[in-house]
Design a protein around this ligand. Structure first.
Ligand code: AMP
Ligand code: GLY
Length: 426
């Protein structure tokens, strides 16, 4: 069969790698892909089509016998790629536009959780500056308060306001300066949750679901979780924080009611469901939903999947997910992101990259590319996050050490990475 993967990050490189492993797959197209997916070769090739060029993607899928499309990133989902492909009779992994509102509209997701009794932070919704200001200025208001633009903001639309002044500044940036444009037409202000974060990923056909191993991301740019928020600087799985007891609560109190609620409300949820959790003394609540897999978490949860990925994906679109194997390796995985100097603020691109030859021969080590491009056979940096270097090991310690061994053999001008990925779990 032929598979189309949509997106250009390390997550999509990992998706392409996992799909291409299957003997059942003849061809893997990645649109637009990156330098890493260009270098895989064999059955994998890039397409010069943007992830948001829905009509072009459909036309390609129709005229090139694509049997299954996997949507990696959130924007095409928000634009309704799943509805479009389905209406043309093409099989696609992802939620419909209405169901993807679990990610694309924080107002929708918060109201949904309230209706369904799913644990999450208490919140209020505001449509203008004055209403938000009166709420913030209420004398008994306790800080921190968390202020979020409702729409998609590439993970940047969240402010943790430690006091009233920071909260007022945040709502002014959202409503007056409109730094996120229409994405902040509505703003959610929610209570600050204590605890530790983890991510749980499900693949679902709408009613049944299968879980990957729980993972933990490292969102801040600096060691010790300091500095600015990023797309994610590293991850590991399984996360010991998510004990079997916690996972059972996540399934019973969050995943099952989410899927059941979406069916009841008329927009069954299919594809990948990402549940971002805060776990406080063993009690999970939802920080956010995403309608896709996480990046960099995918780069650890996919290599830990032992069963054939494409078989599970196909079952998820055909409604037979209960009947296929979905087993995990009894190993740990860690991934370290190498970023361009300056990220997540201004950074330069076009830097030549060197990867020592021995890296390709390293056992249980996978170099996933994010912002790279291949120009005339030369690999160059092309984004903020450049690589996500994954290693597996019998223990978490082993996987971390192995990942760093490979990271040290990859170089470009200004390369930056955190040196403490996974340390908090050891
Ligand atoms: P989100 O985009 O909603 O995942 O928020 C980005 C990050 O902000 C999360 O990963 C958390 O670290 C933090 N965050 C969001 N909401 C809350 C909350 N209610 N309490 C504490 N931290 C939060
Ligand atoms: N790792 C965070 C995300 O994918 O949204």
């Amino acid at each position: 069969m032929n598979v189309l993967i949509i997106g250009s990050g390390a997550r999509e490189h990992a998706l392409a790698w996992a799909v291409a492993k299957s003997e059942r797959v003849n061809k893997v197209f990645v649109a637009p892909g990156n330098g890493g997916t260009a270098l895989i070769g064999g059955k994998v090739c890039n397409l010069p089509l943007k992830a948001t060029a829905l009509e072009g993607l459909l036309e390609f899928a129709q005229s090139n016998h694509v049997d299954l499309t996997v949507v990696g990133s959130e924007h095409p989902l928000e634009l309704g790629i799943v509805d479009l492909f389905r209406s043309a009779g093409k099989q696609v992994v992802g939620p419909t536009q209405a169901a993807a509102r679990l990610e694309s509209s924080k107002v929708f997701s918060k109201e949904f959780m309230r209706r369904q009794g799913i644990p999450t932070a208490g919140y209020h919704v505001f449509g203008d500056l004055n209403a938000a200001r009166s709420y913030i200025e209420f004398p008994e208001r306790v800080y921190p308060q968390v202020i979020k633009a409702s729409g998609l903001c590439a993970g940047k639309g969240v402010f943790i306001a430690l006091n009233r002044d920071e909260a007022l500044k945040a709502i002014s940036e959202l409503f007056e300066e409109r730094i996120f444009g229409n994405a902040a037409d509505e703003v959610v202000i929610e209570d600050f949750l204590q605890g530790e974060e983890a991510s749980v990923f499900a693949l679902t056909d709408g009613t049944r679901y299968r879980l990957f191993l729980p993972a933990q991301d490292h969102k801040r740019i600096g060691n010790g979780d300091t500095g600015k928020n990023t797309g994610g600087m590293g991850a590991y799985a399984p996360a010991p924080l998510v004990t079997p007891e916690v996972l059972q609560k996540v399934e019973e109190q969050i995943i099952q009611p989410t899927l059941k609620g979406m069916v009841e409300e008329g927009y069954p949820y299919t594809g990948f469901l990402y549940v971002g959790l805060m776990i406080d003394h063993g009690e999970p609540s939802v920080v956010e939903y995403n309608a896709r897999l996480g990046d960099p978490e995918t780069q650890v949860v996919l290599p830990l999947l032992k069963s054939d990925f494409i078989t599970a994906l196909q079952a998820s679109v055909q409604g037979s997910l209960g009947e296929v194997p979905f087993e995990m390796h009894r190993k740990s995985a860690a991934t370290v992101v190498i970023a361009s100097g300056g990220y997540p603020d201004h950074y330069e691109t076009g830097k030549p990259i060197t990867i020592a030859d021995e890296v390709s021969g390293m056992d249980d080590c996978l170099v996933f590319h994010a912002g790279t491009s291949l120009e005339g056979g030369r690999l160059k940096t092309a984004g903020g996050r450049v690589f996500s270097v994954t290693a597996l090991g019998d223990t978490l310690r082993e996987s971390i050490d192995r990942a760093y061994l490979a990271v040290e053999k990859i170089g470009f001008d200004g390369a930056y990475y955190r040196t403490d990925i996974g340390a908090k779990a050891l």
